[in-house]
Design a protein around this ligand. Sequence first.
Ligand SMILES: C[S@@+](CC[C@H](N)C(=O)[O-])C[C@H]1O[C@@H](n2cnc3c(N)ncnc32)[C@H](O)[C@@H]1O
Length: 403
Amino acid sequence: MNVENTTRAQELRNNLVDKLIDGRIARGLTLPAEAERALRTVPRELFIPGVSLEEAYGNTAVVTKRREDGVNISSVSAPHLIADMLGQATGRHILEIGSGGYNAALLREIAGPDGSVTTVDIDPDVTDRARECLDAAGYHDVTVVCADAEFEIEPGRRYDLITVTVGAWDIPPAWFSQLTDDGTLVVPLRTLGMTRSWTLQRTGDHLVSRSNLSCGFVPMRGAGASKGREVPLGDGVNLWLTDERQDVDGALVQGVFSSPRHHARSGVIVTCGRHSSDLDLWLASHLSGFAVMIAQTSAVESGLVDPSWQYGTPAAVHEATLAYRGRLRKVADAEFEYVAYAHGPDGARAAEEMAEQMRAWDRAGRPAPILHVFPIGTPDTELPEGLVLDKRHSRVVFTWPTQ
Ligand SMILES: C[S@@+](CC[C@H](N)C(=O)[O-])C[C@H]1O[C@@H](n2cnc3c(N)ncnc32)[C@H](O)[C@@H]1O
């Protein structure tokens, strides 16, 4: 790259990092100094060759591989998402699961001269590409491995940070056994249809979360893949059910939107929906028949449904009645009220029940959940009190701190 382009790239990179930091401040978050330094140092354009400098610093993901049917299966993640995950934990000996090259280079900067970074991907096209880009950018000492990260990568090695950059549904035993005793696992984990990037700290024989953030990732492939299923409700609206809890009978609510919509206001006011992510998990923990509802734009534009977020709003199904969180009601500049809607024979009660859980969360001090991850064989008596979800390898429990 010529001097002019190098200067331009540095300028665009600094502008992007300034924006990332401003965005985080607006959410009450900071960025660790070593993560900021890494983001200001690594030339992202070298990890997405063929893309213009403006696009390389445009704060969006760049898809690097699609399946034959067009579905995205690999990308260089969006800088805001990368900054979020770098902000969740740092380490010296780091395993990255899911390779794009760029994040591995950032982690290499963060690990420091005595540290190490291994990045693993299931797809040889991705690892070949990552290796090439890392070499072009001078990060020759990042180890790139092609393997299914469901299993141990470098047998016998342990890492103080494992950062997973692909959507996981479970925590396989290898992620636990590869962590040092005080190690941290950062993982976008899908529970009940909602993905959060959790910072999990190893505590004896289990993991406990320190923080979580909303995020979206391409799903894991290989032995750890989990399909989930969509239940069509008709006219472009689906319920999304994941594999850990299947007690929702979508067939009973087919065509439910043809019955009148009941409204219940919660009286709970938020600034620009800032806490919705924690409330989602509260509703999942406290409402039976919980599912996530997804609506196509046509269903929203026609007025059939009016969800708080069309790509995944919390919903609850009881026999032939369906309740969901409606579009937030504007009460003042940048202030919004949570509302619940419901359709079906028991709609008035179901809407009020969801609104009451919104109030209960507010009364509890709008807490964020704590996630505990135990091995699958752990007896109930050894689990903390909370919502327990059984996965393939682990039992995850959501608990709610009171303030
Ligand atoms: C979002 S991309 C990773 C982005 C990357 N960390 C970056 O620098 O931006 C997710 C990657 O996870 C990989 N992946 C999916 N399942 C996997 C598995 N079981 N083991 C290892 N990698 C996997 C995909 O092939 C894909 O390349």
